[in-house]
Design a protein around this ligand. Sequence first.
Ligand code: NAD
Length: 293
Amino acid sequence: MKILISDAFDPSLPAQLERFGEVTDDRDRLPEVDVVLVRSKTKCTREYIDSAPNLKLIIRGGVGLDNIDVEYARSKGIRVYNTASASAIAVAEMAMALMVAVPTRLIEAHNSMKEGRWAKKELKRTELHGKVLGLVGAGNIGTEVGRRAAAFGMEVIAYDPLLKNHDFLSLVPLTELFRRADYISLHVPLTEETRGMINEETMAAMKDGVVIVNTARGQCVVEEDMAKALESGKVRAYGTDVWYSDPPDPSSPILSAPNVIMTPHIGASSRENMLRIGDVVVKLLEDFEHQIA
Ligand code: NAD
């Protein structure tokens, strides 16, 4: 079989895949290939799929399938898989990093030292301990964040309409989560329900001074509304790894809003995760080989 590695995977992956057939990273060879490996950069639209007449399998190294027209691919008999739980630890650590940076004043403290200022007196801190964390989405990543936050002494509550119960997270209605949470962390897929779910109206239902962390998808938050909430202090800080587009448009109001901690969509990009994703890709190709044999 011919395999196109269309986005950035671990450098060890091409050699691991050679036993399955010819491996290329030349995107111009899309019309010939049987399998395409993508992360988030390649957009598998209808047109993309139509230009790959031999395509039988798309593997998304990562979780969200919102860069793939899954319905259209499946209607053409193309299988679509992701590497589901592989990224949970990497993204959970990123969400925790964004969260911990707020009460520790990590960014301001670091910047003040770089500027040659000794801000020991002005940098008053708070703690995560004893605060309520509301997880929106309690799947693989939300669960890992919940474990870590509990170890920090936070009370963790979660909203997930598709779960009836959870091993250790306390599931609550979204209205209760908004009312009670000091910190809110998003771990939902991008769907019609979650697009824009953090907006002026929903933020009004939250505690004053709430901290919001987004490692899910940029479009889950209405950026203009978030910028206004940061200006007014309704939201104390917004930690985000995700954007409307990668990279964000320079006019994004989040880039210039106060109290934002931002990273360039690197939640899943740990070395360990890249290796885990590679292992899952190999397993999926083994299964695929058996299915078509
Ligand atoms: P998952 O499928 O294991 O969990 C998602 C959970 O969200 C599910 O339990 C689902 O029931 C729940 N959900 C669906 N609709 C909801 C709604 N309206 N309100 C509340 N909960 C809802 O997925 P995961 O592995 O935990 O990943 C979650 C998301 O994180 C992905 O879909 C992706 O968008 C994002 N992600 C980001 C990065 C990054 O680099 N920052 C990396 C991987 C994943």
